[in-house]
Design a protein around this ligand. Sequence first.
Ligand SMILES: C[S@@+](CC[C@H](N)C(=O)[O-])C[C@H]1O[C@@H](n2cnc3c(N)ncnc32)[C@H](O)[C@@H]1O
Length: 228
Amino acid sequence: MYDPVERRNFYGRVHGKTLRASQKTYLEEDLERLSLPGVTREDNPDRSPIDLTRFAGKPLWLEIGFGGGEHLVHMAATYPEIGLIGCEPFVNGIAMLLGKIRAAEVNNLAIHPGDVRDLFDVLPAASIAKAFLNYPDPWPKARHHRRRFVTQGYLAALARTLQPGAEFRVATDIPDYVRQTLEEVPQAGFTLRDQGDQPWSDWLSTRYEQKALREGRPPYYLTFQRNA
Ligand SMILES: C[S@@+](CC[C@H](N)C(=O)[O-])C[C@H]1O[C@@H](n2cnc3c(N)ncnc32)[C@H](O)[C@@H]1O
């Protein structure tokens, strides 16, 4: 559920396995420089729109819940003319991303190491040209479906930040998540453009997708467009 700004519950994991020494170094040396200032409530209590001039006018794409960061870094390396923003609260995932950024030497990427709802509060309206939601937490139990990203609170906040005509991609391995996505996303001001079992031509399979495939859950890909 999309809680009011003052009282947001985050149900996912923020910490996992102990970090390797190299990962601690990445966090100490790189995280602050790569983090967008003005996103947290401590940093920006008035919730003023953040300054995105670090991207020098490049079109901006957003990945929500980047996990280990493989898709995000792949997109940044494939599209140097784009600015990428990634959002993820799980510290181990953030550390993995930072290692991949070093290895790929990409410099068109910034992150918010926290909840995407805090980022939605302060992203200027219509600032994002494409958004990716790869394997959002499935929340399989019916009483938890309202925690899913594809509910009206999250989707309205996403829609506000997207430019008219912006693409919104969703990948999932959960048939009931497909059902809810097809029901909810159009209600938030999007038109379905494509769906099926074939990924986008520039797709890079994520860790979660590899696990789903090993466990016999086939991927499904949906493409929406923000209405004008
Ligand atoms: C099932 S994992 C998939 C990770 C990655 N996209 C992949 O495909 O491997 C879902 C991710 O969404 C993140 N997530 C959940 N709620 C979030 C939120 N409110 N804001 C940002 N990320 C969130 C979780 O921390 C988790 O890493």
